[in-house]
Design a protein around this ligand. Structure first.
Ligand code: PEP
Ligand code: MN
Length: 346
């Protein structure tokens, strides 16, 4: 059930609705909108009567939400959600680019990449300190040491950092060290982890499970939002199919239905989506054209020497060329890609 307030509803009227929801043993979620506030509720096992809320002062209407996910649904929140950070926003206007090496390999690599990105007007760095590798014998990431490097680059340069959290044990440390917490494809249905980041006060970049349907993906987002963290950024990173010409099948066709079903921003990761660096530029441009709100890209000064995912990683000149193409295309699609060093972060 979603209770939509009248545009001139007062704060005490909103509080009254919240109190009635609580009296029924349910959890209220106050969702301020551009013109009016809506209040969602979760925890209801039986139908909640619309009439109960519609008789309260300041209430415009009470709508039954038909989807199995509520807070993530477009029914609950008609406007596109924007997730603002000091370094940029994930949402409907800007096309926000996050780039960096697959893994934190050492401090020099991270600082060199951050400086290159900032010189090119990109204010979000990605790099994994904890790496989910298919083989236990592959490089597993630097762990806490890598996290300390990310914390340092963030403090010294002002760049925003996105990194993966793989388990609840490291949740406090990751939340403290970075700006956006990434949940990887393999953990999309790790419900303990989703519940933990639902308590975090940092945005969560939620990768689509490699075999997940859109509904399962949005249910995973719902787990995070039901905990009170509404700042969820969806990330399409390719799914498993019979195709073997690429590592995964980048499912750009999920963007329009994701936008129809949900108000959450969605970014695309063409690096993991294709697994091959030659395909990354065209798929990046296609993601922008398909309505994505941004990109997550793997870049490295010497991709062939990268400790993980080198085959899908762009070198700096190729990334700069792609960025130039994206900057030319974005305005024709009503998007902006900020350029130049941002005063506020350096
Ligand atoms: C990554 O971003 O480096 C990563 C491991 O991604 P995914 O979870 O999509 O495989
Ligand atoms: Mn990777």
């Amino acid at each position: 059930m979603l209770v939509v307030m009248q545009s001139d509803a007062t704060a005490p009227q909103v509080d009254r609705v919240v109190a009635v929801i609580r009296e029924r043993g349910l959890t209220p979620h106050v969702l301020p909108g551009t013109t009016r506030t809506a209040i969602g509720m979760t925890g209801n096992t039986s139908a909640v009567e619309a009439a109960l809320f519609e008789s309260l002062p300041g209430v415009s209407e009470a709508i039954r939400v038909t989807k199995p996910y509520k807070l993530a649904s477009r029914e609950m929140h008609r406007d596109d959600t924007a997730i603002p950070l000091p370094q940029g926003t994930f949402g409907p206007e800007a096309f926000t680019i996050v780039a960096g090496p697959c893994s934190v390999e050492d401090e020099a690599l991270i600082f060199r990449t951050a400086e290159f990105l900032l010189e090119n007007g990109i204010t979000f760095l990605r790099a994994g300190a904890f790496k989910p590798r298919t083989s236990p014998y592959s490089f597993q990431g630097l762990g806490r040491e890598g996290l300390a490097i990310l914390k340092k680059v963030r403090e010294k340069t002002g760049i925003a950092v996105v990194t993966e959290l793989m388990d609840t044990d490291n949740a406090d440390a990751v939340e403290e060290a970075v700006d956006v917490i990434q949940i990887g494809t393999r953990n999309m249905q790790n419900f303990a982890l989703l519940k933990r980041v639902g308590l975090a006060r940092k945005p969560v970049l939620l990768k689509r499970g490699m075999s997940a349907t859109l509904e399962e993906w949005l249910m995973a987002a719902e787990y995070i939002m039901a905990g009170g963290n509404y700042q969820v950024i969806l990330c399409e990173r390719g799914v498993r199919t019979f195709a073997d010409h690429s590592r995964n099948t980048l499912d750009l066709s999920v963007i329009p239905p994701a936008k129809t079903q949900s108000h959450l921003p969605i970014v695309v990761d063409p690096s993991h989506g294709t697994g091959k660096r030659a395909y990354v530029p065209s798929m990046s441009l296609a993601a922008l054209a398909a309505g994505a709100d941004g990109l997550l890209l793997e870049i490295h000064p010497d991709p062939d020497k990268a400790l993980s995912d080198g085959a899908q990683t762009l070198d700096f000149p190729t990334f700069a060329k792609l960025l130039n193409q994206l900057r030319q295309l974005a305005p024709t699609l009503g998007r902006s890609i900020p350029s130049g060093r941002s005063e506020s972060v350096c």
